[in-house]
Design a protein. Structure first.
Length: 145
């Protein structure tokens, strides 16, 4: 028997997360079926009330983009389920900063920064590479059956 999800993965239907600050472990890739995708944009403005003027003066500050993703990771058998667990553990390690230790004192040297790609839904529009950003966290609920 063959795993039918491998053909989709071979066509690029994988969620890839790369640790930008320290890519010694390489990226993690999951054969993923999206169950939820929410892409929101929020512009922030600073309102300043000025003397003798009825309307405030608005100054643009930034635009914040937040992407929320829910997905299911298939496992064809126990070996693939074990490999997925190891990838999720690796992703959890990616969420911690990098430290330098000097004379017994640890100081943070790099914050977690990621490049995320999923087909053409999550990518850098300019060159098709992964979208640079942060991951504020993740949760997973394995199917124990």
């Amino acid at each position: 028997m063959t795993d039918s999800t491998d053909s989709l993965a071979n066509k690029g239907y994988v969620l890839t997360i790369e640790n930008v600050r320290d890519n010694t472990e390489g990226p993690v890739s999951f054969k993923a079926f999206l169950t939820d995708l929410n892409d929101s944009f929020e512009s922030n403005w600073n309102e300043t009330q000025v003397y003798a003027r009825m309307d405030p003066i608005w100054t643009f500050q930034n635009t914040k983009r937040t992407i929320s993703v829910g997905f299911t990771i298939p496992a064809y058998g126990p070996a693939e389920a074990q490999a997925t667990q190891e990838k999720l553990a690796k992703l959890a390690r990616f969420l911690y900063p990098t430290y330098n230790v000097s004379q017994g004192v640890a100081t943070m040297s790099a914050s977690p920064l990621f490049r995320v790609k999923y087909v053409n839904l999550i990518q850098n529009a300019a060159d098709g590479s992964g979208l640079l950003g942060v991951i504020q966290g993740f949760s997973f609920a394995p199917n124990l059956d």
